[in-house]
Design a protein around this ligand. Structure first.
Ligand code: CUA
Length: 347
């Protein structure tokens, strides 16, 4: 038998602070509960009724005591709230240099995809000492991605991207659970996260046998589903040009603007009529039900990776992937694609 373990292993940068907050809350609750119990028992004995007709003297209030028992707990609670919020905001804000991994939850498995093209089921490989951002969506019902050793838990919803990030601190194998009841085999929706030393992780990536980057998978889908017929890269099509779209502000019919993020692009693929780009007609068919969430993520990765038109290089805005990603691995990036030279109607 292992020795009694009160907390899961601590294997991410969040874990230490999380542990301290946890123990502080346990200590405050413990001290208050014990104090109340002791005083209750002591007073029950000390002041029990001694004579049949005994009446205690009436107390008319004590402002100092009332102020003390209002203000002291208030500052303790505000301190707990402040510290908890600080940790929460740290967890909600992925650093800009985080490595992107995409997670699709479905009854009853976790599917993971890397920007470099590797795909896994119920396993996630990550390097130690590097922030990793998970962008997650569910193919069916609500799931929840829970890695106790990293102290992260995030609901995974249908029709909406949620994100969580972490930085592993210790190589090892850690439990992954689904923490939201999602049907018969919810308890079997489990897996492992492997945190690896950076050079081991690099070897794993190279051995991973990916056929191409996620963006190149997206590019194939872009042609397969006929997107390229209309979204032509020379602006001759009837549909908006997708070059350099990701992260940009888009004006839509009615005068509003939206940021072209993952959520907007997914909506535009599945429900194209929801937001029509200003100056364009609602001619795009819906792809709802025709694409899996993994395919949608691949298309988004492709659109993210399409750089500006040649000769108009712009600085990379924060939060977007580098334009040349994949290039260092010799993967044909979107810049090397043939579509930019395609004549209208040639496909
Ligand atoms: Cu998925 Cu519980």
């Amino acid at each position: 038998m292992n020795s009694l373990q009160l907390l899961p292993e601590s294997a991410s940068t969040f874990a230490n602070e999380w542990n301290w907050l946890f123990w502080l809350l346990v200590a405050i609750c413990g001290i208050v509960a014990t104090g109340i119990a002791v005083i209750l028992i002591y007073w029950a004995i000390r002041y029990h009724r001694k004579r049949e007709n005994e009446l205690p003297p009436q107390i008319q209030g004590n402002n100092k005591m009332e102020a003390a028992w209002t203000l002291i707990p208030m500052f303790i609670f505000l301190g707990m709230f402040g510290w908890g919020s600080k940790i929460y905001f740290d967890m909600e804000r992925p650093p800009n240099n985080a490595r992107n991994v995409y997670v699709v939850g479905k009854q009853w498995m976790w599917k993971t995809q890397y920007a470099t093209g590797q795909r896994e089921i119920n396993t996630l490989h990550v390097p130690v000492g590097e922030p990793v951002k998970l962008t997650m969506i569910s193919q069916d019902v609500i799931h929840s991605f829970f890695v106790p050793a990293f102290r992260i838990k995030q609901d995974v919803l249908p029709d909406r991207y949620t994100a969580i990030w972490f930085q592993a601190t210790k190589p090892g194998r850690y439990h992954l659970f689904c923490a939201e009841y999602c049907g018969t085999k919810h308890s079997g929706m489990i897996g492992w996260v492997y945190a690896m030393e950076p050079h081991d992780f690099q070897l794993w990536l190279e051995r991973g046998g990916a056929e191409g980057s996620l963006a190149s998978t997206g590019e194939k889908l872009f042609h397969q589903f006929g997107c390229s017929n209309c979204h032509q890269f020379d602006g001759q099509g009837r549909c908006p040009v997708l070059r350099d779209l990701f992260g940009r502000v888009v004006r839509i019919a009615g005068g509003q603007t939206v940021i072209a993020d993952e959520t907007y692009i997914r909506e535009s693929i599945l429900f194209p009529r929801a937001k029509i780009v200003e100056g364009f007609q609602a001619v795009m068919p819906t792809f709802d039900g025709q694409l899996t969430e993994e395919q949608v993520l691949a298309l988004i990765a492709y659109i993210k990776a399409i750089g500006p038109a040649p000769g108009t290089q712009q600085p990379v805005s924060p939060g977007t992937v580098p334009r040349n990603y994949g290039a260092e691995k010799g993967i044909a990036g979107p810049e090397a694609t043939s579509i930019s030279g395609t004549k209208p109607g040639a496909r």
